[in-house]
Design a protein around this ligand. Structure first.
Ligand code: ADP
Ligand code: MG
Length: 254
């Protein structure tokens, strides 16, 4: 169970004004559930994910995972149970490293055994097997430099890397925003499959209505740092796209 209690974050703008990006958010997320986060630009979606990831420190409130407060944990400790994917397909992989070397980095990050994980035959085979499932022909290119791949291929690899050591939490911040529709679908189907198979607690920030409708068990909407809508799995299935359209006349593409 992930509990978020009265979580707040205020930024000081360039003009010296205080801006509440998150305003006393309360959330209880059962283990293995998949939460979709929607809301207009600047509503606080990335701030919420950044706080959970530990990239930002909160001003007030708590983030409790399985009865432990995680905000004060050092990065390496957090990296063992938490992975994330950003909007930018180039952000999740090291461009001048080979595919297989990127996977090695992912394994190191999760285990923190820097020297203990080599790229031996078994590791190469493991990477090949994982890539084969993508059906993009990448299993034959594991010695290719990542910068030669397309955005969709890189995002798919980022996702496989993010789930390499079976994280407890997966944070996805508009992971398909920079992809063409076909790659976007592939990446989201893969994400959904990995999340379900490994019972990962997942968050997806999206501006795509079809993704918000199709994926996840729960939908929350943020507006000016507050949760203004919270829809559970039963009601989510029955959502009417027309209703959803009304909620998101801004910053939400169909
Ligand atoms: P969203 O992801 O929903 O578009 P964000 O969470 O990124 O929104 O940002 C929420 C608000 O906080 C925005 O108004 C943004 O300008 C502001 N903000 C975010 N990060 C910073 C920062 N590092 N410094 C100052 N203001 C920030
Ligand atoms: Mg954002």
């Amino acid at each position: 169970m992930l509990k978020i209690q009265r979580l707040s974050k205020t930024f000081t703008t360039a003009g010296g004004e205080q801006f509440k990006a998150l305003d006393k958010i309360d959330l209880e997320i059962p283990a293995g559930s998949f939460t979709v986060v929607i809301g207009g630009n600047g509503s606080g979606k990335s701030t919420l994910l950044n706080l959970i990831a530990g990239n930002l420190k909160c001003d007030e409130g708590k983030i409790i995972l399985n009865n432990r407060e995680i905000q004060k944990w050092p990065d390496y400790k957090r990296a063992r149970f938490l992975s994330r994917i950003f909007q930018d397909p180039t952000a999740g992989t090291a461009p001048d490293l080979k595919i297989v070397e990127n996977f090695r980095l992912a394994a190191i990050r999760a285990k923190r055994k820097g020297l203990g994980i080599g790229i031996d035959r078994e590791f190469r085979e493991q990477v090949r097997r994982a890539l084969k499932k993508l059906d993009l022909g990448l299993e034959n290119k594991i010695d290719q430099q990542v910068e030669q791949l397309s955005g969709g291929q890189r995002q798919a690899i980022t996702l496989l890397m993010a789930s390499w050591e079976n994280p407890e939490i997966l944070l996805m911040d508009e992971p398909t925003a920079a992809l063409d529709p076909k790659s976007a679908r592939l990446v989201m189907e893969l994400a959904d499959e990995i999340i379900r198979r490994n019972n990962i607690t997942a968050f997806l920030v999206t501006h795509q209505m079809h993704e918000a409708k199709r994926f996840g068990d729960r939908l929350i909407q943020l507006e000016r740092g507050k949760i203004v809508r919270d829809i559970g799995s039963e009601r989510k299935k029955e959502l009417d796209p027309l209703d959803m359209m009304k909620w998101f006349q801004q910053g939400f593409s169909i």
